[in-house]
Design a protein around this ligand. Sequence first.
Ligand SMILES: Cc1ncc(COP(=O)(O)O)c(C=O)c1O
Length: 445
Amino acid sequence: MKSINSLRKYTPMSSEELFKRASKLFPGGVNSPVRFYPPYPTYFSRASGSRIFDVDGKEYLDFCMGFGVNFAGYSNTTIAEEIMYLLDNTIPEGVPTENEIILGEIIQKSVPSMERMRFTSSGTEATMHAIRVARAFTGRKLILKMNAGFHGSHDYVLVNAGSGALNFGTPSSPGIPEEISGTVLVGDFNNQDSIRDLFKKHGKQIAAVITEPVLGNLGVIGPERGFLEFLREITDEYGALLIFDEVITGFRFHFGAYQDMIHIRPDLTTMGKIIGGGMPVGLFGGRGEIIDKISPSGDVYQSGTFSANPFTVASGIATLNFLKDRDYEYTIGLASWVEDKLKSFSDMGVQVNRMYNMFTIFFNDGPVIDYKSALRSDRNKFMKFFNHSRDHGIYFSPGQFEASFIGMAHTPEEVEMALFKMVYTLEFDMNENRNKGEQASVNSN
Ligand SMILES: Cc1ncc(COP(=O)(O)O)c(C=O)c1O
């Protein structure tokens, strides 16, 4: 039998050439917008541990890690062996398997609020169905989300009202009917007044508040003391549900969800990313009486051919089994090192926001604590930093409002070298005045 590689017509191509080919197929040349950056994105062909390799064979230390998916590291042989073992027993698609129960039990044991749950194939589906069941359970229509909070790309959540926290949201994408965007209220994360005002006006119609407990999609912004507790209290007061979107934070800071670190029990939780170990996944779950409204035990319809598919489930079990014995503090220590080292650049307009092992480097003159302050960041400067870092073999998540991640495969030596390069980039590559000064002295020699 011919090997797969010999069946492939393999002519090495540069990123530029591949992008030209891709642009004839995919809008903007990519299959998800955040993957594009000008003039064309780097194309990758291989990954191992904390490293990714582009099509020219150049190696990068990866702080994007598949937008937070690959927390355990790429090509982990322990995980791969367990996946092969699990797949040997369970190949069929579209039928119930024991492995889906095993993965559900691991998650339930670590996240007690997940009394009942259902797997989906993406975080987008998870939040969509969590919102549907919240509406059905409460018999209410309105959803309250945070300004620039991200929960995937379905119609219920693709709404961002700018800074108008008191108003109904307007679609941030054409194609979303006003009838739908009009059911979404937008408040400001870390701003209790904006949420309270919305509840005063619409409280009895609000089915649920959905929020990431740590914002990861406006760059990393942690909750101010008391903010999430306040959300729990006000939703209880008005009979609305609280949905924590832990697609990013689930199993990231410890072996469980962030909600248990802060002792707040949401009614519903959504997850994704890490729990699939690199395979497409989503999960929504929570109070039994709510989730039991889902078909076939209830009448709220939700389905998916690939939900809990054997590949995802095997990858999820193997990854969580691997992570359960790992020292999360190790990753947090490395990330705090990055924060400490870059702190000295704050008077040069560089702010590092870190929550445990995820961080964002903001190009901003002041602290970034909410939507307004985040928007003051200099996106062009960030892209310059991103590009210089890429030149030096460090790959950050490509966007000012993205999170970067440190996982189990990053080593202290790698982080030390990356810090050295980051400092060099900030001090020299990006410092035009200094470059001009150097140029002048070179010219005068
Ligand atoms: C907090 C959050 N929720 C939901 C999603 C959507 O997940 P997916 O891209 O798997 O649909 C994302 C994606 O990054 C996310 O960060």
